[in-house]
Design a protein around this ligand. Structure first.
Ligand SMILES: Cc1cc2nc3c(=O)[nH]c(=O)nc-3n(C[C@H](O)[C@H](O)[C@H](O)COP(=O)(O)OP(=O)(O)OC[C@H]3O[C@@H](n4cnc5c(N)ncnc54)[C@H](O)[C@@H]3O)c2cc1C
Length: 210
């Protein structure tokens, strides 16, 4: 998967929102250490968490499965704009059938799990779908036999309060492996000066045993 941070609100904007409450604008250091401590104190420690909603992040997320997408879409306090399969199945229609173990070529269209039996079944589903498209069935109908592994991409906008909730739920080892990976990629894409707001939300990735 690829995760790109397209836009984010400067910390100074959130600090300004907080300082509005007691008019202490003169104490701002324009998003420096003082403002950062204030945001953490008010937004996290004092649970005046609505102030964190002034910090908004827009990501471009590519190469994730539709299985992940349906879980991502459950997070109501966020805005997704998703690539339409209805319009984009022509890319698959124009390609040629994949050999049953053509993992690398097929990974242009599907997320691989590393389990060969599952990945071969996904490739077979892809070939079935391609044959249906090439027989002249419209995208609107053909999309009903898309495998869950089918890749998609989206622009996703979320505020810091909701992102904390997302990372808490989805970086946890109880979550689907792919959405755990997305959580870490999102955290890594956030500016390092903002990461302190999410450190308590993110479950560290499992250490490789060497
Ligand atoms: C490990 C795991 C397993 C899951 N398994 C399933 C499953 O089997 N089946 C299934 O259907 N879902 C499942 N889910 C999805 C889960 O139930 C939530 O829909 C999803 O995680 C979104 O969480 P959220 O509501 O906190 O987020 P958001 O929708 O972004 O909401 C953010 C917060 O806003 C508040 N909020 C939003 N809407 C309301 C509301 N209507 N009323 C009151 N407060 C609101 C809540 O405080 C909420 O935490 C699973 C999630 C996880 C992490």
């Amino acid at each position: 998967m690829q995760v790109t941070l397209m836009h984010h609100t400067p910390l100074a904007v959130c600090a300004h929102a907080i300082r509005t409450c007691w008019q202490s604008f003169e104490k701002s250091d324009e998003g420096g250490e003082q403002d950062k401590a204030l945001i953490n104190r008010v937004g996290n420690k004092f649970k005046h968490a609505s102030t964190l909603e002034h910090l908004v992040y827009t990501f471009y997320i590519a190469g994730v499965s539709r299985a992940l997408l349906q879980e991502l879409a459950r997070h109501r306090i966020a805005s997704p704009s998703v690539k339409s399969t209805r319009y984009t199945l022509k890319e698959l229609k124009a390609s040629t059938p994949f050999a049953e173990d053509a993992y690398e070529e097929a990974s242009r269209f599907i997320v691989l799990t590393g389990n060969h039996a599952v990945d071969r079944a996904s490739i077979q589903a892809l070939n079935n779908l391609q044959a249906i498209l090439q027989s002249g069935v419209s995208n609107d109908i053909a999309k009903f036999c898309l495998p869950e592994s089918y890749k998609t991409e989206l622009t996703w906008t979320i505020n810091a309060r909701s992102l904390q909730n997302f990372l808490t739920l989805r970086s946890n080892k109880a979550a689907l492996w792919e959405i755990q990976a997305l959580s870490h990629a999102l955290y890594d894409a956030i500016p390092t000066t903002h990461q302190y707001l999410f450190e308590a939300s993110i479950t560290p990735p499992k250490k490789e045993i060497t």
